[in-house]
Design a protein around this ligand. Structure first.
Ligand code: NAD
Length: 425
């Protein structure tokens, strides 16, 4: 048997946390933040690690590890998704929680930032095991969550059904229905119209604004999308509706490319039937690495973090990179893209549509009054366009990247809230 060799590589979680902290520090330098505020904002407010048993279908009891981290709650209750993935670790959850604080601040919705995750391979679990794991994890983190305290939502490998189980578990504990404890729920229990495709729709609103800024006609643009899950599939569908030619799409199993343009209806059908875009008969097979380097106008990384790095950034040809995923570009890659004049719409802005419509869902739950889809789309578009324009204004005024501008806007708002609240006691 080969002995286990400890890996010398930092974990993906460590890489994204370093990246997020360095981005924060660069903005903190520019804002002239004092050391006290800087250390406080780099710190997560609460971190809960839970180890919990789940009875598997075989009768065996397996122990899983999960996390819920709240980074900052100065501007409102903590908000952030729950991820089920074998690579989830505390550093990754910390980084993603911090990104949520900045995301809610950059689009000016009254939330702080949080994130959760369970280290597991959900595809290897039966539906009953997935429900058991979810209900037990929800119970373990019920110390932190609640409609006024911390409101989870879907993220990688979690969906409306999982949010429904969390809502039900929490409601059983408190003894009444508490729809406002999670967002991204099924419509039948207080979910919002427009939530399912909100993140991808927001990405496309950001791309429309970017194209306008750069003087590009979307109906003459080509695009490639990495990831065909919640975010990626909606972005693909809506970009296609804007007349954009989708030439490449990939996911964890591989990708597909057609220079003449992919048949999106057929591709999404194939993805729905087989669970992947790989093997799509209407295109030639490509790898994820090749997808990122395709000759396209628009690239949407909408899968996982650390995809555009110092190793491949110089070969990214897109004019616009719209970060559907959280943390897909490392800081080294950012500098390379910047030098090439690529417009990178940063994650905290580009993929904020999900949390914006989550906010609408929560408001509807608290008011017990539901909005029509037209109102939701209109409000989402208004917030995305307004936030995009504010960030571009800062970018042009300061002569910096959009990411730096978005961080300045977000951190400035959180610092202002701290100052206005004062320091307790
Ligand atoms: P999802 O689970 O629905 O889909 C993830 C997609 O990424 C799948 O197509 C999967 O095959 C692919 N993928 C996974 N690992 C990959 C790899 N190593 N290489 C290539 N592709 C891979 O997840 P989602 O909700 O669409 O989230 C995608 C990204 O968007 C994540 O970074 C998430 O944090 C971010 N995000 C999601 C939301 C939301 O509302 N769901 C909101 C904001 C940001």
């Amino acid at each position: 048997m080969t002995p286990m060799t400890p890996s010398l590589q930092p974990s993906e979680g460590r890489v994204i946390l370093d990246n997020v902290l360095r981005q924060f520090n660069r903005a903190a330098d520019r804002l002239g933040l004092d050391q006290g505020m800087r250390v406080w904002l780099q710190s997560t407010k609460r971190e809960l690690t839970v180890h919990f048993p789940v009875r598997m279908d075989s009768g065996e009891i397996r122990t899983f590890t999960g996390f819920r981290v709240q980074h900052n709650i100065t501007r409102g209750p903590a908000k952030g998704g729950i991820r089920y993935h074998p690579m989830v670790d505390l550093d990754e959850v910390r980084a993603l929680a911090m990104l949520m604080t900045w995301k809610c601040a950059v689009v000016n919705i009254p939330y702080g930032g949080a994130k959760g995750g369970v280290c597991c391979e959900p595809k290897a679990l039966s539906l009953r095991e997935l429900e058991g794991l979810t209900r037990r994890y929800a119970t373990e983190i019920s110390l932190l969550i609640g409609p006024d305290k911390d409101i989870p939502a879907p993220d990688v490998n979690t969906n409306a059904q999982i949010m429904g189980w969390i809502m039900d578990t929490y409601s059983m504990h408190v003894g009444y229905s508490a729809p406002g404890v999670v967002t991204g729920k099924p419509l039948s229990i207080g979910g919002s119209l427009g939530r399912a495709d909100a993140t991808g729709r927001g990405v496309v609103y950001a791309i429309i604004s970017a194209a306008k800024t750069l003087g590009l006609d979307l109906s003459r643009c080509t695009a490639a999308v990495q990831g065909c899950g919640n975010v990626g599939s909606a972005a693909i569908r809506l970009l296609n509706e804007e007349g954009c030619k989708l030439v490449g799409v990939s996911d964890s199993a591989g990708g597909t490319y057609n220079a003449r343009g992919l048949d999106i209806k057929a591709l999404l059908g194939h993805n729905g039937r087989t669970g992947s875009v790989a093997g799509f008969p209407g295109g030639e097979a490509i790898t994820n690495a090749q997808l990122l380097e395709l000759p396209v106008d628009i690239l949407v990384p909408a899968a996982i973090e650390n995809q555009i790095t110092a190793a491949n950034a110089a070969r990214v040809q897109a004019r616009i990179v719209a970060e559907g995923a959280n943390g897909p570009t490392t800081m080294e890659a950012d500098a390379i893209l910047d030098a090439r004049g690529t417009m990178v719409i940063p994650d905290i802005l580009a993929n904020a549509g999900g949390v914006i419509v989550s906010y609408f869902e929560w408001v509807q739950n608290l008011q017990e009054f539901f909005w029509g889809e037209e109102r939701i789309r209109g409000e989402l578009e208004r917030i995305m366009r307004g936030s995009f324009n504010q960030v571009v204004e800062i970018q042009q005024r300061e002569g910096i990247s959009m990411r730096e501008a978005a961080y300045l806007q977000a951190i400035g708002r959180v610092v202002q809230a701290h100052q206005d609240r004062g320091l307790y006691p």
